[in-house]
Design a protein around this ligand. Structure first.
Ligand SMILES: Cc1cc2nc3c(=O)[nH]c(=O)nc-3n(C[C@H](O)[C@H](O)[C@H](O)COP(=O)(O)OP(=O)(O)OC[C@H]3O[C@@H](n4cnc5c(N)ncnc54)[C@H](O)[C@@H]3O)c2cc1C
Length: 543
């Protein structure tokens, strides 16, 4: 029998909250310190071997479409593994789908963001219906009648997986269908049609058409974009009609996806489905985009969470595995790689949590953060994340390439956050549009960066470059939208780290990311960088 040695112990149980120094500090700083107790309980629960196993099971046993029953009647149901249901039970019990709306208070969106950041580290697919339900609330509130009927169900925390009329269930989840096969970015090309159905109520319509992506199709209702006579309009489409019949939402097939495999993403046909208009005819895109800002925030939070887990696994492995008579972490070049990964993860985390705070606040600065920084953060965090995951995987060597390590799942999952809810280019163009429409944004961002720029010449130089681009309208050159957005995010991340992180972290980030050094791959931090304290800060603490 061969001897097994020099293999690291599994990183479990793992305390995802108190074991994460960057997260706990960000939660306290961004006004959610009051939630620390509950977050610690959630982090401990998520990090148990049992919960971690659920994530593996839910992905190893992807959902199955049951389009028809044995006699040929339409069912349009999706069957999930029990692990999926248990994960959603945990997520909803923690209020991750709606707590900031159900119990608003300073820091509520930050507290929820921290919970989601931990959830995705165990399983990301179930985050999809959680994020869409959270994002749907502001749009639903545009209809008094729908809000009165549906918000109590959405605020409830007892997950109910049954395919039943929502009135019979303990809680409800909401999905969204905008994308059609001819276009997902250019929503004006939508061809689904909506005709008024006055017999069914004053704002009732019948929906006909096809959607190319509709994720989490077992949700209890969906926000759907379709063409009415007045133009693209936003509709609320429940799974069951008001008289209790199954609505004509026909699931055609489920996508065979790169990652996100625990979650179902369907192609769907609306065959005269019952729908209710939200907002005005022709105003559907701004109405439904109110939801997209929240789901874009969630893409940034989700990717930051996955980055954290990848880095935690990498540092843990390197601390236990020996090569050439030394722990991997004690080899100079590996230390450079690990420190660089930890820097990227910390920068993503502090930015995502700071951004979440903007959703708790109502002043002008918060409005600029929500409108300008949300697409910028989504672009850059989601763009950096797959590269980080690949490098973290390599730290584990061959073990990292094997499913049991969890790294392949993280790696496969990450690109979706960059693609959906506005792909990279669309986010960067949106940043330019937002800056154009918010003349006050430049001054707000300048204020945000000023103090830190005074303390660091490299940041000051970057801020000056951003200012010039804004002033001479070169910032409106769409060919440069990615470069501009990257620089804006790097400046915000550097400013946050200079203000709040240990000096070793802030100094290394500025040296590596603001000067053009250390580009091309991780592990190129300049000579003299204080690698050890950065790694120590990123190391996961045992439960
Ligand atoms: C797993 C998964 C789940 C999804 N779930 C849902 C869901 O539940 N509901 C839903 O409605 N949609 C969903 N989507 C769809 C997703 O939102 C779209 O795929 C996305 O918005 C891009 O649209 P598209 O695929 O039509 O690509 P296109 O719009 O064809 O874009 C293709 C590429 O061109 C770029 N591009 C487009 N216009 C421009 C321009 N003007 N300048 C420069 N570049 C441009 C884009 O950035 C993108 O990279 C999901 C997608 C995935 C992968």
């Amino acid at each position: 029998m061969h001897e097994v040695f020099n293999q690291p112990p599994p990183l479990e149980p793992c305390d995802l909250f108190t074991g994460d120094a960057v997260l706990t500090a960000a939660v306290a700083r961004e006004n959610a310190g009051w939630a620390a107790h509950d977050l610690a309980a959630l982090g401990a629960l998520l990090g148990t071997p049992d919960t971690i196993r659920l994530g593996f099971e839910a992905n190893r046993n992807p959902p199955q479409l049951r389009a028809f029953d044995r006699y040929g009647h339409r069912l349009d149901e999706v069957e999930f593994h029990p692990a999926w249901h248990r994960l959603l039970t945990i997520a909803m019990a923690a209020g991750l789908h709606s707590a900031p709306w159900a119990a608003p208070r300073a820091g509520a969106h930050v507290a929820r963001a921290a919970g989601c950041y931990m959830l995705v580290q165990v399983e990301s697919g179930c985050y999809c219906p959680i994020a869409m339900t959270y994002g749907a609330v502001p749009t639903l509130r545009q209809s008094d009648a729908l809000a009165a009927e549906w918000l109590p169900r959405i605020f409830a925390r007892d997950y109910d997986p049954r395919c039943r009329p929502a009135a019979e269930k303990t809680a409800a989840l909401i999905g969204m269908a905008m994308t059609e096969n001819q276009g997902g970015s250019d929503l004006r090309t939508n061809t689904s049609r909506a005709e008024p159905d006055p017999g069914a109520g004053p704002r009732a319509y019948r929906l006909r058409g096809h959607k190319w992506f509709m994720s989490a199709p077992m949700c209890d209702a969906f926000l759907v974009l379709a063409q009415a006579r007045g133009g693209p309009s936003c509709f609320f489409v429940p799974r069951f009609t008001p008289d209790g019949a199954r609505n004509a939402i026909h699931l055609q097939r489920l996508k065979d996806k790169l990652g996100n495999r625990s979650n179902a993403s369907s192609e769907v046909e609306f065959a005269d489905a019952h729908a209710q208009l939200i907002g005005e005819e022709g105003r559907g895109i701004p109405t439904i985009i109110a939801m997209s800002n929240y789901t874009r925030l969630d893409c940034a939070i989700g990717s930051a969470g996955l980055m954290r887990q990848a880095v935690a696994q990498a540092i843990h492995h390197a601390a236990h595995r020996t090569a050439f008579q030394k722990k991997l972490v004690d080899h100079g070049l590996m230390a450079n790689v690990l420190a660089d990964l930890a820097l990227e993860s910390e920068a993503a985390t502090v930015l995502a949590l700071r951004l979440a705070r903007a959703y708790d606040e109502t002043d002008d600065a918060a409005a600029v953060w929500r409108r300008v920084v949300t697409p910028a953060a989504k672009f850059w965090i989601c763009k950096r994340a797959p590269a980080l995951a690949a490098e973290a995987m390599e730290v584990l060597g061959g073990n990292g390439y094997v499913e049991e390590s969890g790294l392949p799942r993280i790696y496969r999952e990450l690109p979706v956050n960059s693609i959906w809810e506005g792909s990279g280019n669309i986010m960067c163009l949106d940043v330019l549009r937002a800056l154009d429409r918010m003349p006050e944004a430049a001054a707000v961002l300048r204020d945000e960066l000023a103090e830190a720029a005074r303390a660091d010449a490299r940041l000051a130089a970057l801020v000056a470059r951003l200012e010039r681009r804004l002033a001479d309208r070169a910032g409106q050159d769409e060919t440069q939208a990615r470069a501009f957005t990257r620089d804006l995010v790097l400046a915000l991340q550097a400013a946050l780290l200079l203000r709040h992180a240990p000096s070793a972290v802030a100094e290394a980030f500025c040296a590596a990311r603001l000067t053009g050094e250390a580009v091309g791959a991780f592990g190129m931090l300049p000579a003299g960088t204080a690698l050890r304290p950065i790694i120590a800060r990123g190391a996961p603490a045992a439960a």
